[in-house]
Design a protein around this ligand. Structure first.
Ligand code: ZN
Length: 216
């Protein structure tokens, strides 16, 4: 979800932070700030302050710091998009829908995910196939079990400039997509693209959703 900084600023300004926090934390006003017992760590004397003018809270005990959005996320356990929806709903503001361009970009990203998935499983197959024999014996000698290999989706890139490219093209994945995801190198001087990774062990790097985004 891509929301403009203006929209988020405007949304935050529709709330008086101490009102929102005051629903859960007993606050005592002291001049410009309100203080109370921090909801993010256990304490006996208040080190949690709320500044309505600046629109943020700060805890001198544990360092918790943020806006009304952070407060709701961290106390309700909601995601960022959910929190924005909740807060916007409270004040009757519509959350802008993504533009067609943004939707297109999201779709492309999904297909990049599919490319990485196909590449990962192909590398995995190479590791346990004929070409991966020496790589496989190297890592099993290092004490990695089959379960570990599978858990971390370890793979092997064969010593070929075109093996991955050909295998992926046979699956209907276009050369451009492989270049965009960094799996193929396209020489700037022209000439045919070729496999970036050759004759090496492949360790997939995943994002928080467990999707492969790169290799180490
Ligand atoms: Zn704290």
């Amino acid at each position: 979800m891509t929301l403009s900084p203006q929209f988020l600023d405007d949304l935050k300004h529709r709330f008086t932070l101490s009102d929102v926090i005051g629903r859960q934390v007993k606050l005592v006003r002291r001049g410009r700030e309100a203080t109370g017992l921090c909801p993010f760590h256990s304490e006996k004397s208040p080190s949690f302050t709320v500044n309505d003018q600046k629109g943020f809270y700060h805890c001198f005990g544990c360092g918790a710091h943020g806006s009304v959005i952070d407060f709701v996320m961290n106390t309700q356990g909601t995601t960022f998009p959910e929190t924005v929806e909740i807060l916007a709903g409270e004040v009757g503001v519509d959350v802008p829908k993504p533009s067609r361009q943004q939707v297109e970009r999201e779709k492309q990203r999904a297909s990049a995910g599919e490319v990485m998935e196909a590449v990962t499983s192909w590398y995995q197959a190479q590791l346990v196939g004929q070409g991966g024999a020496s790589a496989l014996s190297y890592i099993t000698d290092r004490g990695l079990t089959k379960a570990t290999l599978e858990k971390f989706q370890l793979g092997f890139a064969p010593a070929s400039r075109t093996a991955l490219k050909e295998a992926m093209q046979a699956r209907g994945i276009h050369e451009d997509q492989l270049i965009e995801t960094g799996m193929l190198i396209k020489p700037e001087t022209g000439g045919a693209s070729y496999d970036r990774f050759r004759d090496r062990l492949m360790f997939p790097i995943t994002d928080r959703q467990g999707r492969v985004i790169a290799f180490g």
